[in-house]
Design a protein around this ligand. Structure first.
Ligand code: ZN
Length: 311
């Protein structure tokens, strides 16, 4: 669509600086832009406010704690778990374990979590580490990064449809690991990448991109209910599947959608075909996950859950 962006280089930015800039960009509603070539861009819907954290003191000796990067998921397995929880909500264990998703935008610090075993409660501290994601430096034409009023209104309306879906809390109908959204796919890439446009941080990439030629079948990562099947300004033709337990999977930039809202799908069922719809410049599948509102990296959830960080 006429926007010219070149990927200049990949480099690391100081984590605190980068994260602060990221929050600033989110706060001022930084305008999304198009990306070309290696970096198809999807400025996703806004995340819920990050959970407040306390400053990270050295954990008391003997207390359970685990380090986790923003966008990671902590797994705490054990015998006889009846309930899991954090400062915000409580939920049922999944396959005998409590899983604690940490949002990509979560500040560095400490999050308290717990699990109940019968009448007994155990607590643990999640040490949220500085983000370790790379940054992509993109050079853009400043005159072409602003949306027209019509398009901005459209994007705002679509965001109002999408954001409430992050609050769905239906009964879990899945287990880990999730299935790959593409058959024979290489590992997904660039979750969390911080994008600097003309030197300014604008957005973090909230999903994982798979290179895929247009027309590649896109598969449901788990069974669930299709809660969105629509054509949106940024996401293009996109499908959201609710797997219960607050887990949503999202498939964007499709060339064709094969399911309707309200359909129950099985794991591996075809949702549509990959493409390049919405604001991208190259065909790929953008695969995103929200888990209890947190934007999390899909890649670790496609592998052995026993390898997730644990207190
Ligand atoms: Zn993407």
């Amino acid at each position: 669509m006429g926007v010219h962006i070149q990927v200049l280089r990949l480099f690391a930015v100081p984590p605190r600086l980068g994260l602060a800039a990221l929050f600033l960009a989110a706060a001022i509603g930084a305008p999304p832009v198009l990306a070309r070539a290696a970096a198809p861009l999807l400025p996703g819907p806004q995340a819920p406010d990050p959970v407040p954290v306390r400053l990270l003191d050295p954990p008391p000796a003997g207390s359970r704690n685990v380090g986790v990067v923003p966008g990671g998921v902590v797994r705490w397995a054990g015998e006889g778990i009846t309930r899991c929880g954090d400062a915000r909500e409580t939920w049922a264990p999944l396959d005998g374990a409590c899983l604690y998703p940490v949002d990509l935008g979560q500040e560095e610090g400490a999050l308290e979590v717990y699990r109940d075993l019968g009448g007994r409660r155990e607590t643990a501290t999640l040490r949220v580490l500085p983000p370790s994601y790379a940054a992509e430096h993109l050079e853009v034409d400043p005159g072409k990064v602003r949306l027209s009023k019509k398009n901005r209104l459209r994007a705002d309306r679509e965001r109002e449809v999408v954001v409430p879906l992050f609050s769905l809390r239906t009964n879990p109908a899945f287990s880990l690991p999730l299935g790959s959204p593409l058959e024979h796919a290489p590992p997904p890439r660039n979750f969390g990448t911080r994008r600097l446009f003309n030197g300014e941080t604008r957005s973090a990439h909230g999903g994982a991109d798979y290179r895929a030629p247009t027309g590649t079948p896109v598969l449901a990562a788990e069974e669930g209910l299709v809660v969105l099947a629509a054509d949106h300004f940024f996401a293009g033709k996109n499908v959201f599947v609710d797997h219960g337990g607050g887990l949503l999977s999202m498939y964007m930039h499709l060339s064709r959608i094969d399911v309707r809202k309200g359909r129950r799908v099985k794991k591996g069922e075809r949702l549509g075909l990959s493409g390049a719809t919405g604001r991208v410049t190259g065909p790929h599948l953008h695969f995103g996950l929200r888990w209890r509102g947190a934007k999390v990296d899909p890649a670790p959830l496609l592998g052995d859950p026993a390898k997730l960080p644990s207190p």
